[in-house]
Design a protein. Structure first.
Length: 113
């Protein structure tokens, strides 16, 4: 599928470099080397919460990264390219943001600066 390839190409630019390797380790450490969605510890991949294609400025922001297993990552990508169901994690996230009245990611980004 063309759109899926387009996403892969955008993130490949980021995940090739040395800078990514260090950041990837930081994300894995932060997430305790487990998928943040299902807790699986096998086949871990680092996902951009906001896709690189949409937010290239967040490509190297730790706050925009999450650890996912291969299966959860594939599901998320499928949803992002417009195939599949609405993402329950994203819905839960939106609910959390609504309830707490602020976006923890935004907060984290500010304290990064
Ligand atoms: Zn998972």
């Amino acid at each position: 599928m063309n759109r899926r390839r387009e996403y892969a190409r955008h993130s490949a630019k980021v995940t090739r470099g040395q800078r990514w390797k260090a950041l990837r380790m930081q994300a894995l450490d932060r997430d305790d080397w487990a998928c943040v969605q299902c807790g699986d510890r096998r086949r871990l991949e680092i996902d951009h919460i906001e896709p690189v294609k949409d937010r290239p400025d967040l490509a190297y922001s730790l706050a925009n990264l999450q650890t996912l297993c291969g299966r959860c990552h594939a599901r998320k990508t499928r949803i992002e390219v417009g195939m599949g169901q609405p993402n329950p994690a994203r819905e839960a996230w939106k609910r959390l943001v609504r309830e707490t009245g602020r976006n923890p990611i935004e907060h984290e980004r500010k304290s990064d600066a």
